[in-house]
Unconditional design. Sequence first.
Length: 177
Amino acid sequence: MNEMLSRAADRTIGVVRGIGDDRFGLPTPCTEYDVRALLGHLSWVAAMMAALARKEQVPPQDTEPAALEGRVRDMVAAWADPAAFEGESPMMGLPMTVVFQMGLGDLVFHGWDLARATGQDYEVDTETAEATLAYIEQMAPMARQNGVIGEEVAVPADAPPFERALGLSGRDPAWKP
């Protein structure tokens, strides 16, 4: 599982490194975030997921985009410990395996969002695409009810797994700025 998270981290960090300050104001597929705000959101999510993996207190919300790469690397390191997957998250009341999937999903979906918004490629390997699809199929109803994701975007049933995952997460796989 951690290899998958590590690959997703490398892919997303590659996209982040390709974003110049002049692109911070661009819209993203997450309509409530422009590029800068989404970078900040993902930065804080990575810090939160690292703390959860270590069973530590979640840090106060801090949406500093410059901290993103270090926080993503720390998140990968935290989930490298097999103990991270044990038990339930006191903060979320979910099994830690589900918390891991949430972190992976955020990294992959928001990596794709940032790539789309800034005109970059974002290829997801088959294992990650299938894992992300399985996760979002399980969590989409609750996430939608809690306002975490948008309404499902219809994609063909025979679309690749990651495109189906995008649709379930409320994203249009054909989105363009």
